[in-house]
Design a protein around this ligand. Structure first.
Ligand SMILES: Cc1ncc(COP(=O)(O)O)c(C=O)c1O
Length: 406
């Protein structure tokens, strides 16, 4: 399993067609290649702490399984074998204390395609879909491109953590035009793990008002010792007939390029409709290598995950201390899960775009501009700390030097 010293090692990802290291994206989402030198830490190289993937190698068991499968040399059409389903059921049981049945599992190449299909199958054009903003920006895109209407349930911003505005939630979910709640659990970017009680209450309100409840749990395995995460599969057991749980090993084991995920739907009627929409969208399971990686990761990756999360936790403590000492104007929210830090930079008094430009261009550190997650994210930055510590140290030093100058 990776030691802290091993995780400290920088692996140069440039030249691997990495979205994070080899490309930048226009505001319209068009990828453009970027050039970088070999020495990641060289001052003229921009450090990439944005897209949500980690700069660590995946578990050795995953690499071995992929190599072994690649060596067979024939990559024809495949179906997920029994061991694939066993691995998913085993993982949900041991990591989430959730007993699921094989027939509840519908595979797809990603959480976003799944959410899109769920939206198409269970809502009508013009229907309202409630989301808790600021939120992972593709949620907006997904809802709007499908001709549905975004119903904002703005999160309440407290100094130490974000909370749900219940009065607003209740009022908006009770509107018959709101036919779905799309939850991000844990929440990207604000880092909240919704509590058992919060999940249960949301699930009950959805069921009461005939709104479907779809939970994106892609970050749910990436927990810290202080987080007590329940999947809605457990917390909303009583209202599961109404729910969809989107899971994936891709954030957990750093496999997003392999495109593998699952939707878990216990209600057979809902499941049949999701399946039908998958067929309409020509979503027919996971790709061959994605399935191989998923199975190896869930079956053999837990010790790796625990080591990586201990390292990410140490990165968080380091960043927290560094920021309070050298960047006291910034307010860092304590993440309850995942490797994405949500940082309030508004005390710097810079406009959102100016702040982003100063950090990207002057400090030469690429972070996510909080404004992309919605207007309430303006003046915030999202920092990906799923990286070797020397990269994080260099990024924070660059930010500190530059922000002192401005
Ligand atoms: C909350 C959330 N959902 C979904 C995704 C992407 O899912 P997929 O690549 O499986 O479509 C991400 C990636 O950053 C994410 O943060």
């Amino acid at each position: 399993m990776p030691t802290s010293a091993e995780l400290d090692q920088i692996i140069n990802r440039t030249g691997t067609a990495s979205s994070k290291w080899d490309y930048e994206f226009t505001p319209e989402g068009v990828a453009q290649p970027r050039i970088s030198g070999d020495d990641i830490l060289a001052p003229d190289n921009q450090l990439q702490l944005w897209v949500a993937d980690m700069d660590f190698r995946s578990p050795q068991a995953v690499i071995d399984a992929l190599v072994a499968r690649a060596q067979h040399g024939i990559f024809g059409y495949t179906m997920p074998p029994q061991s694939y389903y066993d691995a998913i059921m085993g993982w949900m049981q041991k990591r989430h204390n959730w007993t699921i049945k094989q027939e509840w599992i519908l595979s797809s190449p990603g959480v976003k395609p799944s959410l899109s299909a769920i939206l198409q199958a269970f809502t009508q054009p013009g229907d309202g879909v409630l989301i808790q903003t600021p939120i992972y920006h593709p949620f907006y895109d997904l809802i709007e491109r499908n001709g549905r209407v975004i119903v904002h349930n703005p999160l309440i911003e407290n100094a130490d953590r974000y909370e749900i505005d219940w009065a607003d939630f209740e009022q908006k979910v009770a509107n018959p035009k709101t036919t779905m709640v799309m939850l991000c659990h844990p929440h990207n970017p604000v880092g909240r793990v919704w509590t058992h009680d919060e999940l249960k209450r949301m699930g009950q309100l959805c069921a009461e008002h005939n709104a479907y409840f779809a939970s994106d749990e892609i970050h749910a395995d990436l927990t810290f010792p202080w987080s007590n995460l329940a999947t809605i599969g457990v917390a909303c057991e009583d209202t599961m007939h109404n729910n969809f749980v989107c899971t994936s090993p891709t954030k957990t084991f750093n496999l997003p390029g392999l495109k593998a995920s699952n939707v878990i739907v216990s209600n057979p009627d809902l499941r049949a409709k999701v399946q039908n929409q998958f067929l309409k969208n020509n979503i027919r399971g996971v790709n061959l290598m994605g399935a191989v990686a998923l199975e190896a990761a869930y079956a053999h990756g837990e010790a790796w995950l625990n080591d990586v999360m201990a390292y990410v936790e140490a990165n968080y403590w380091f960043a927290k201390e560094y920021i309070s000492e050298h960047l006291p104007q910034l307010n860092l929210y304590k993440p309850e899960a995942s490797y994405l830090l949500w940082v309030d930079c508004r005390a710097l008094g810079l406009e959102a775009d100016d702040l982003h430009n100063v950090l990207c261009k002057k400090a030469n550190v690429k972070l996510n501009n909080g404004a992309i997650f919605g207007s309430a994210g303006a003046g915030f930055m999202r920092i990906n700390i799923g990286c070797p510590r020397p990269i994080l140290v260099e990024a924070l030093e660059r930010m500190s030097r530059t922000l002192k100058e401005v």
